[in-house]
Design a protein. Structure first.
Ligand code: HEM
Length: 400
């Protein structure tokens, strides 16, 4: 096995911790997962593999203490964010193995890890825990291997596909975000709409493949539990979820399928801001300031017979349909098969902390369903959707 090489501009203490996270840490988690999997109730963690858990806790702590002594060596955002990810991986693994348990404690027993995480979180401008970007877009690979919790194939499959799909969403958001400064009637707008539609089609293809190859039980019992909420110091921070990027909401808002004045939608978006990198946070703020494309097209209906209107309105509707299709697949296939159905099979006491954001599963499913229906512009009278406006736009097309 090739030993992971630390980042070039880093201190020996940071490098020692990184080497441990990329090696021994993965071995310990993988061994613990193997022990849990031999039980009749695979969800049970209490009193199992205690020696391995002690090793995980003590070895990580011994490497973290010198990092607090070293203090902030100010080596830039990337290094500080990567170190926050490493401390976060350690704290999330301790939570997964119930070395810590937020409902049992008022403050994290991982005092040194909390100290370091709070310092790093404050200096980089994100929540002081590991966030989705640590697993995906900021997860530095060394000789093809990025940081994981376990060596299990399900975790790698999940992260590989999530990362690629997140980038597809980002391509779509980038294309849509470039339209408003020049206007939807600009000759280049059509290319951007096509790029957004095709990027969303990539996301649908990747998410579909993920659903086909990911092992349901391995994901549910040995991957998802690392994404639970945990305490840093006295405060509990919600877990990581694949939606913690600006792109999904940029697309919602730029298309006009979701509205910044819909309080239940905006509340969901505002909640996620601390879990984004500062760069992503800025992009999300911009999306709230820009006009949306659906209003823009409807506002120019006097041009309905112009070739640009016919072409761009038709492609805009295809982008909306594709966005709705990926959202429907996420909810009806991924969430249903990989979370909802396995949750029905385990004892109720193990359902606690099942969701990344913390609410009980039925509450979360309800909220996710409402997001799906906004993106589908579905016929709902309890939440605002753009169903009628899309129908009006469609009625203006000559080749419907
Ligand atoms: C097995 C695969 C997946 C499962 C089981 C799954 C499940 C979930 C769950 C349960 C949530 C809610 C998290 C919470 O608040 O607790 C969520 C949120 C989210 N996920 Fe996934 N997810 C999967 C893959 C993906 C992928 C590949 C993407 C796209 C890159 C994605 C995009 C999102 C988004 C955008 C949200 C935030 C809510 C929203 O805006 O719709 N997910 N997912």
């Amino acid at each position: 096995m090739i030993e992971a090489q630390p980042h070039s501009a880093t201190t020996p203490r940071v490098a020692a911790f990184d080497t441990w996270i990329r090696g021994r840490f993965i071995e310990l988690n993988t061994e613990l997962e193997a022990v849990y999997a031999t039980q009749e109730n695979r969800a049970n963690v209490a009193g199992v593999g205690d020696e391995l858990k002690t090793a995980l806790h003590d070895e990580g702590r011994a490497l973290i203490i010198p990092l607090i002594e070293e203090g902030n060596t100010d080596e830039g955002f990337d290094r500080a964010f990567e170190l926050l990810g490493n401390v976060g991986y350690y704290m999330a693994a301790c939570r997964r193995h119930e070395i810590t348990e937020p409902s049992r404690e008022r403050s994290s027993p991982l005092v040194e890890a909390s100290t370091l995480a709070l310092h790093l979180g404050a200096s980089v401008g994100t929540a002081p825990r590991f966030v989705t970007s640590h697993m995906e877009t900021y997860n530095r690979a060394v000789n093809g291997m990025y940081r994981t919790f376990t060596a299990g194939p399900a975790e790698k499959t999940f992260i590989d596909y999530n990362t690629r799909s997140a980038f597809a969403y980002m391509r779509a958001a980038d294309a849509l975000g470039r339209i408003h400064p020049m206007g939807i009637s600009h000759p280049a707008a059509h290319d951007l709409l096509v790029a957004a539609r095709d990027a969303l089609a990539d996301a649908l293809r990747l998410n579909t493949e993920l659903g086909e190859i990911l092992d349901v039980d391995d994901f549910f019992f040995s991957v998802r539990p690392y994404y639970k909420p945990y305490r840093v110091g006295s405060q509990e921070y919600r877990g990581a979820n694949a939606g913690d990027f600006a792109a999904f909401n940029q697309i919602d808002l730029l298309l006009g399928l979701c509205s910044p004045t819909d309080p239940s939608y905006t509340q969901i978006v505002v909640e996620k801001i601390p879990y984004l990198t500062p760069d992503e946070q800025r992009q999300l703020h911009h999306a709230f300031r820009h006009p949306n494309l659906l209003d823009s097209l409807l506002g120019q209906s006097e041009s309905r017979d112009e070739p640009w209107f016919q072409e761009n309105a038709a492609t805009f509707l295809e982008v909306c349909e594709m966005h709705g299709s990926v959202a429907a697949h996420h909810h009806d296939e991924l969430v249903a098969r990989f979370i909802q159905h396995p949750a029905e099979r385990i004892p109720p006491e193990h359902l606690e902390g099942l969701t990344a954001s913390g609410p009980p599963l039925d509450v979360l499913l309800h909220a996710l369903e409402a997001l799906r229906d906004r993106r589908l512009a579905a016929d709902r009278d309890d939440i605002p959707t753009r169903r009628d406006d899309l129908a009006t736009l469609r009625s203006m097309l000559r080749n419907r």
